[in-house]
Design a protein around this ligand. Structure first.
Ligand code: C5P
Length: 297
């Protein structure tokens, strides 16, 4: 059995800078990944199957839209017999679905990596990222799972080798949001790119930089789900140095000065809002990308 964490993706900032002729939006985004995520396991079996467990299992679409089985099928289409042996796939869904932290894309990236290893297919990183992009704009960044700048529609990646690990609290009001609906609500699509990135020695300097950066999707997301404003306010009251929405929402994050402060804030938020998803975590440092998250049992 081989397993891999599919870490949550957190867009610390996301500026929408344009739109392509096919309708996809051009972005400039500072992206990090969390130590926590879903868990995907693979092992050989007599026939293919896919089983989902975990807190958010009931919300995972099963069938043609599921990105884990689509990743398996795409590898079969691409590599034929080399990807022929049947596989049991098990996804432990620990993160909320349709929530702006990469869920399905992270699961797809983990499936590509695990299955390529399971079937011993020799494929380089560029070809794997191209396959990932066919499954979704965020899959290539999830294949990296390192702090990075994402441009283009999210597929043009520049890794940030000196980015610090940041203590975060993730909060979702347990209301799913459709990504296309949020993009459709944008009033401007020609925003300025991100402010210049400095080296950040710690969480406080990263939070300071965030004052000049935004998530342009926050406004249209708040129009669809006004509770996002409550989440951002609650993170501020709990002591976050900065609080923003990630991706197309509705998950928000707060940056905290230490892991201890993040855990304390998470306890307060859980007590005050038992109906919200609350997770104290840390972003992964640059040396801990997805390839390092895996374990072989
Ligand atoms: O690529 P993915 O299937 O994850 O994207 C879901 C939807 O989000 C797209 O159909 C599109 O409406 C929107 N999107 C976008 N611009 C991006 C990424 C996603 O408009 N850069």
């Amino acid at each position: 059995m081989q397993s891999m964490i599919a870490p949550a993706k957190v867009n610390l900032a996301l500026h929408v800078t344009g739109r392509r002729a096919d309708g996809y939006h051009l972005l400039d985004s500072l992206v990090t990944f969390s130590r926590h995520g879903d868990l995907l396991e693979v092992e050989g079996g007599a026939e293919d199957d896919f089983f989902v467990s975990g807190h958010f299992a009931a919300h995972v679409p099963i069938g043609e839209t599921n990105l884990v089985t689509r990743a398996r099928d795409l590898l079969r289409e691409t590599f034929g017999e080399r990807a022929g042996a049947p596989v049991h796939l098990h996804l432990e869904k620990n993160l909320p679905v349709a929530s702006g932290i990469g869920g399905g894309s992270a699961d797809a990236a983990a499936a590509l990596r695990l299955l390529v290893r399971h079937w011993q297919i020799d494929v380089d990183e560029v070809a794997l990222a191209e396959l990932g992009l066919r499954l979704g704009a965020d899959v290539p960044m999830c294949l990296s799972s390192k702090p990075l700048l994402a441009r283009g529609i999210g597929e043009a990646l520049e890794e940030l080798p000196h980015f610090p690990a940041l203590p975060l609290v993730l909060v979702n009001p347990n209301i799913p949001l459709s990504t296309p609906d949020v993009f459709s609500g944008l009033e401007r699509r020609d925003n300025a790119p991100l402010p210049a990135l400095d080296t950040f020695p710690d969480a406080a300097s990263a939070a300071k930089w965030l004052e000049a950066a935004r998530n342009d999707l926050e406004e249209p997301a708040c129009r669809l789900v006004p509770q996002i404003r409550d989440v951002l306010g609650a993170l501020g009251e709990a002591g976050a140095l900065a609080a923003r929405m990630s991706g197309s929402g509705a998950t928000c994050f707060g940056v905290f000065g230490s892991p201890h402060k993040a855990r304390q804030a998470a306890s307060i938020l859980e007590a005050r809002h038992p109906d919200w998803f609350v997770l104290a975590t840390q972003t992964t440092a640059p040396e801990h990308g997805q390839t390092e998250h895996s374990q072989i049992e």
